[in-house]
Design a binder for this molecule. Structure first.
Ligand SMILES: [Zn+2]
Length: 258
């Protein structure tokens, strides 16, 4: 079977037998790939295994694996760690956001469907999550991910009547309709949740910024007070669309503050 090499981020890991791991990797040029790392936890007299004693969530590496899109599981043969994110691992908020970004990528991208630009954005965003720019970096990445995968919601025009919903202060969001709802249409939509129109305008202004890996540098400094309601709105939309619960929002979103 042909071997390919690619730059990868580990999005999910489960132990498999005493010594092996099954991983979901986001590979820059191959998209989502499931691999087995045989012997990842085995240590030898010479020291750790060829996978350095185990691969961790969010680790970035140059990997070599078997490649056959017909098979569900590829075999990982090499893993040269480039970045273990030691600084991020000491930052609880940054770690939760990074794990949430990984969860969203794993849920929204199809297997074996390459998204190299999104990969570069994720790699860069994980670095920024260890800095004071974590909130805006995460939000900008989340918007890019949803735009690229077609999950972006309607944020300007009321999904019921088409009016500009952010122009009045009372605005709502409907997870089932996948967009904002104006005050006039509020009563006909049953799963509406209130959202501050100033936050919607903020999201719109972020979306108008040209995209690059330096995007967070140009964003306004945001706080959780601003980003939690926006992140919650998108989480509810994704959960409704996929029909399953996301695991990380309960760690990322401060539901008591809402
Ligand atoms: Zn309306």
């Amino acid at each position: 079977m042909p071997l390919v090499s690619d730059r990868c981020v580990c999005l999910r890991k489960v132990a498999y037998s005493e010594t092996s791991q099954i991983l979901l990797l986001f590979a820059r040029d191959h998209g989502l790939v499931r691999v087995i790392a045989k012997g990842a936890h085995r240590t030898t007299k010479a020291g750790a295994s060829k996978f350095g004693g185990g691969i961790d969530l969010l680790d970035l590496a140059d990997a070599v694996f078997t490649h056959d899109p017909e098979r569900e599981l590829s075999t990982l043969t090499e893993w040269s760690l480039r970045e273990g994110h030691l600084e991020l691992r000491r930052n609880l908020r940054g770690m939760y956001l990074a794990q949430y970004a990984a969860e969203l990528v794993a849920m929204l991208i199809e297997e074996h469907d390459p998204h190299p630009e999104l990969f570069d954005r994720l790699e860069h965003t994980i670095k920024e999550l260890a800095t004071p720019r974590a909130e805006e970096a995460f939000l900008a990445f989340e918007l890019d991910l949803m735009r690229e995968t077609g999950y972006l919601t309607e944020l300007v025009s009321c999904v019921s009547c088409g009016r500009d919903a952010a122009s009045s202060d009372a605005t709502f969001f409907s997870p089932s309709r996948g967009g904002v709802v104006c005050r006039n249409c509020e009563t006909v939509i049953h799963d509406r949740i209130g959202i501050d129109a100033r936050l919607l305008r903020l999201v719109q202004s972020i979306m108008r910024l040209p995209r690059s890996n330096g995007t967070a540098q140009r964003l306004p400094r945001l706080t959780r007070h601003q980003t939690d309601p926006i992140n919650r709105m998108f989480a509810e939309h994704v959960e409704h669309t996929l029909g399953r619960r996301l695991r990380l929002p309960k760690y990322v979103l401060d539901f008591d503050a809402g």
